[in-house]
Design a protein around this ligand. Structure first.
Ligand SMILES: [Zn+2]
Length: 217
């Protein structure tokens, strides 16, 4: 089940399920900034709906930050919407984003990372809030308030996904996005309180080629 509304920053977006999302054929979802609507195709499976909703949430977050309107950034927002949507959907369930703690292990792009909360990530530089190692498979977070630790956790996960998928999101940009995504999770517990929707049967992934919903909008 997807929620009826999603609060993103100061705006409450209406989630609309439609048989046909837009005049652009084959779209699985659409972000409509003027109407404050996140449209999702009603004919999708529950898992596809949830992923498409995250895709459109990411578009809305990026649009609000203006990060999609810089020079040389064309197509980047679509890439992160496609890639982060899958990761955030997998990630968000089963974790209390308001109070923590982060899970002991987390899967990012198919790799499992151990997560530890430590007094100092780097004794030589106590100001470092988090670190993550792609090859060694760990995330270290500096201890602090639940909000601080969970925000660092989310940024570390996005950093790993970014590295893994070669998205090349500028570091300051990613930090800002992580903070915004965290706020979306805090404001919308319906996104993480329920069960994760069932995965599609693998035949859909590899066999029959349907139009990829992620790429459609
Ligand atoms: Zn899109």
């Amino acid at each position: 089940m997807i929620p009826n509304t999603v609060k993103i920053g100061p705006v409450i977006y209406r989630v609309e399920e439609r048989d046909v999302v837009s005049k652009f054929a084959g779209r699985a979802g659409q972000f409509e900034s003027v109407e404050s609507v996140l449209a999702v195709c009603s004919r999708l499976t529950p898992e596809q709906k949830a992923k498409t909703l995250w895709h459109e949430i990411i578009h809305a977050v990026v649009w609000q930050t203006g990060a999609d309107r810089g020079p040389g950034i064309s197509g980047w927002d679509e890439a992160i919407a496609c890639c982060y949507a899958a990761e955030l959907l997998q990630l968000c369930h089963g974790i209390d984003w308001r109070h923590g703690p982060p899970p002991a292990t987390v899967g990012v792009c198919g790799v499992t990372y151990t997560v530890s909360v430590v007094a100092f990530v780097d004794k030589d530089d106590p100001a470092i809030d988090w670190d993550a190692d792609l090859s060694e498979g760990w995330i270290a977070l500096r201890s602090g308030t639940p909000g601080f630790v969970m925000s660092c956790f989310l940024e570390a996960v996005l950093d790993l996904a970014d590295d893994y998928l070669h998205l090349k999101t500028p570091r300051d940009q990613r930090g800002r996005l992580a903070t915004r995504f965290h706020q979306v999770l805090i404001d919308n517990p319906a996104l993480w309180e329920g069960q994760i929707p069932a995965e599609r049967p693998s035949a859909h992934k590899r066999g029959r080629r349907k139009p990829a919903p992620d790429k459609a909008a």
